[in-house]
Design a protein around this ligand. Structure first.
Ligand code: N2P
Length: 351
């Protein structure tokens, strides 16, 4: 079995196992840290190493997207110590008083984070969050099935590829694609623009084979579809496994994101959470993690430790000028119109 397939199967098994640990009261000799992260977003050995080094047990569970995480955490009846929201979700949680300011004297390894990832609009003074991984959004395509150039989001609406397209089951990302296709900002609060984006997504729905989560990676590796909306980190995993696959960022522009570590206000294991965050910012650990999951580390000292083909990859580490291109946007929190975003997504999924 090839390395990546084994890796993905391990991730799935780790996800299942971690669920069974939730609610289990056993702790390590130095307590526990309760972590809620995206699926397929850590090397399971990193958690084991942390426990070996610190005597702190990691109680680990996973979510599929920001909205699912928020819906779980927001009622406040469950307590997590470390979460990994994306940029706009960090902003929303700060605005809703759900996060605590971090004591960086307890996270000395946070000094390793590159300047590019500091003072970003979602946490302008770096008070509440520490960048974990970052990346762009684009299209993974199978060169044996797609003969047209992949240079515009329009290809995800091409009838020729009906039934051969995977989209992510993710509200902001899908609406982003439709908005960029139309030439609008992915952070628009303009109802007419959002209505047009909804119409585009409803028009696209019959062409979409499935709105996928992490399982989409293996499906593309196996050649089950021609095109998939994909984060660059997932693209790295897919391209390593199937050389027929390639990644492109459409000319209309796209999203670039930072997923960050945060501590909720109701965290119960604060000291352990600081140790966990600090561990994940250690360059050797960040490198191990980035190599395993495929995503891009915001720590140069970690990137330097990666194999040549990863650290020099244009997919994982595009020219820094790309992130400054106004067509590449970071999401912000459209709280004032968020119900509109949610209702669009509900209607698209129901169509
Ligand atoms: C990996 C999740 C990546 C999160 N499954 C991208 N923001």
């Amino acid at each position: 079995m090839k390395k990546t397939v084994k890796r993905l199967l391990c991730l799935a098994a780790a996800g299942v196992m971690s669920l069974s640990f939730v609610g289990c009261s056993s702790e390590g000799e130095n307590g526990k840290v309760v972590v809620y992260n995206w699926g397929d977003y850590i090397d399971p050995e990193v958690n084991d190493l942390f426990t070996q080094e610190t005597g702190i047990k990691v109680v680990y569970s996973e979510y599929a997207n920001n909205e699912e995480m928020y819906a779980t955490v927001e009622p406040g009846n469950v307590s997590y110590d470390v979460l990994f929201p994306s940029d706009y979700m960090v902003e929303k949680m700060i605005n809703n008083n759900m996060l605590q300011k971090l004591d960086f004297s307890k996270i000395p390894n946070a000094a390793n984070i590159d300047e590019t990832f500091k003072n970003l609009p979602y946490d302008p003074n770096n008070e509440y969050s520490i960048p974990y991984m970052w990346g762009t959004m684009g299209i993974v395509y199978n060169k044996t099935m797609v003969t047209d150039p992949v240079e515009s989001w329009d290809i995800l609406w091409d009838q020729k590829y009906a039934g051969q397209i995977f989209m992510y089951d993710s509200e902001r990302d899908s609406i982003m694609v439709a908005l960029k296709k139309l030439g609008y900002s992915m952070n628009t609060r303009n109802e007419a623009e959002l209505e047009q984006a909804k119409a585009e997504l409803i028009k696209q729905a019959p062409l979409v084979l499935a709105y996928v989560g992490d399982e989409g990676k293996n499906k593309m590796i196996n050649g089950e579809a021609a095109l998939m909306l994909a984060w660059a980190g997932d693209a790295m995993v897919m391209l390593q496994e199937n050389p027929d696959l390639a990644y492109a960022i459409p000319k209309e522009g796209s999203n670039w994101f930072v997923d960050a570590m945060v501590m909720p206000t109701n965290a119960e294991n604060v000291e352990q959470a600081y140790q966990y965050m600090n561990f994940l910012c250690r360059p050797d650990i960040a490198a191990k993690n980035a190599e395993y999951i495929g995503y891009s580390t915001p720590i140069s000292a970690a990137r330097d430790m990666l194999p040549e083909e990863i650290k020099n990859s244009e997919v994982a580490y595009p020219d820094p000028a790309l992130l400054k291109d106004p067509k590449m946007e970071m999401f912000n929190d459209p709280s004032d119109v968020i119900s509109l975003y949610s209702s669009i997504w509900t209607q698209v999924k129901a169509s």
